[in-house]
Design a protein around this ligand. Structure first.
Ligand code: HEM
Ligand code: HEM
Length: 366
């Protein structure tokens, strides 16, 4: 084998281009700002008390696009992403692809079956956190962006307006009004319960303890708990304590939400936008099985699709590795079993040359 290490570190570093992600991020922020102006009817229905939330959400939105575009520059991610899109839009298979992708969204994104298979409590933990956060976001962001506002129409009747268009009215004492105006308290309880299960596991499970890190595995929970507790304190203040310390608690809630929004693109919570890309990976794997299969150069067994092998070789080359062997073939052209056998044989030859045994990397490079 010629050289197994990236032969030129700058080659990998040079692949990163910050200009396009920056432009994409700025573009996303501009689009959101425009939608805020349109949706709030020229800021007529925008609540100026929510200005801090607005600015933070616009910046975070752009930052998420920036980080996503940067992530897509990684050769492997890019290969899966562009190939996934091409496979999806194949004209002949478009309907079948749409059905398969919808199934993946339902089973893996919404119901999260793959977490259920790990453990039921982990599934419950994630279900509560994910749906608690999604519902909270669905309530708060449209309010912050002025896309939804409520108008008092009679002494006890409210009408909701979405993007300036009138919707159904409701009585302030109705069950619907109770759930509409109190919904955040229920979602806060969902998220708190989910975080409690997660933290309990992280304090007890030896496997988790061995690998977890404070910033990566605890900070997201602490932020979510702080948001929920400060939100519930707002309700407690207005309902039971005549508004005692309300503005201070509201400011704390805002500060923690803003911190979390800024943390979103750079911490563990980025998986919220990163993970759904696995729909493309799943489609890739499903379609790859139906395509022409590559045969191992040594034993002739079919072990992967020709498409996957081609993509793998180009990704490996882009990250600066060269797996060309002495016979001119690429190591990737061999099945996993033969690779192990070949490695074993190479080591057995080295055993006869004691001067090379403890210098594996030198021997590999020769
Ligand atoms: C609003 C959306 C979401 C939120 C707030 C969220 C939040 C979290 C948090 C806080 C954790 C860490 C749990 C721990 O400490 O063990 C986690 C883990 C995880 N998340 Fe999410 N997530 C969301 C969406 C998603 C989506 C869409 C997927 C993928 C389809 C996903 C996949 C995962 C997986 C696989 C884990 C590891 C779970 C385990 O086995 O313990 N998440 N998520
Ligand atoms: C996990 C996510 C969140 C939870 C569980 C949550 C929870 C709460 C709760 C329980 C309240 C009190 C509601 C009431 O008085 O009935 C509240 C208020 C509020 N939340 Fe959140 N929240 C979350 C995220 C957000 C986000 C992302 C934003 C902004 C983008 C936001 C903006 C607000 C605002 C503006 C208020 C009203 C505060 C005021 O009166 O000044 N929240 N939240």
């Amino acid at each position: 084998m010629k050289n197994r290490m990236p032969n030129d570190n700058t080659k990998t570093a040079n692949l990163v281009n910050y200009r396009d992600p920056t432009l994409i991020g700025l573009g996303a922020s501009i689009v959101l700002t425009t939608l805020v102006i349109i949706g709030s009817r020229n800021l007529e229905h925008f609540d100026s008390a929510l200005f801090g939330y607005l600015i933070a959400s616009i910046v975070a939105f752009g930052a998420i696009f920036f980080r996503y575009a940067l992530w897509l520059q990684r050769p492997a991610t890019r290969a899966y992403f562009s190939r996934g899109l091409k496979l999806f839009f194949q004209r002949k298979k478009f309907v079948r692809n749409t059905i398969d992708a919808t199934k993946t969204v339902g089973i893996n994104m919404l119901a999260q079956k793959f977490i259920f298979e790990r453990a039921k409590t982990r599934w419950l933990m994630h279900f509560l956190i994910m749906w608690g956060c999604i519902l909270s976001a669905a309530i708060t962001f449209p309010l912050v962006w002025g896309w939804i506002h409520f108008k008092l129409e009679s002494e006890t009747g409210y009408r909701a307006y979405v993007f300036g268009f009138p919707m159904q009215s409701m009585d302030v004492h109705s069950v619907m009004a109770f759930f509409t105006f109190k919904a955040l308290n229920f979602t806060a309880l969902m998220v708190l319960a989910g975080c409690a299960i997660a933290i309990h596991r992280r304090l007890k499970d030896r496997g988790a303890i061995a690998v977890q890190q404070f910033l990566l595995d605890f900070v997201p929970h602490l932020l979510l708990i702080a948001i929920c507790v400060s939100g519930l304190m707002l309700t407690a203040s207005s309902t039971y304590f005549g508004g005692y310390m309300y503005s201070f608690i509201a400011l704390s809630h805002q500060a923690i939400v803003i911190m979390t929004l800024f943390f979103l693109p750079f911490g563990k919570l980025f998986h919220i936008v990163q993970r759904p890309a696995s729909i493309g990976v799943e489609l890739y794997q499903q379609r790859a099985k139906e395509m022409e299969q590559a045969k191992c150069q040594r034993c002739g067994v079919e072990f992967a699709s020709v498409m996957w092998l081609g993509d793998l070789k180009s990704v490996v080359e882009k990250v600066g590795f060269d797996y060309t062997m002495e016979n001119g073939e690429k190591l990737q052209d061999y099945c996993p079993r033969c690779k192990r056998v070949m490695r074993g044989l190479a080591y057995s030859v080295l055993m006869d040359r004691p001067d090379k045994v403890f210098h594996g990397s030198r021997a590999d490079n020769e």
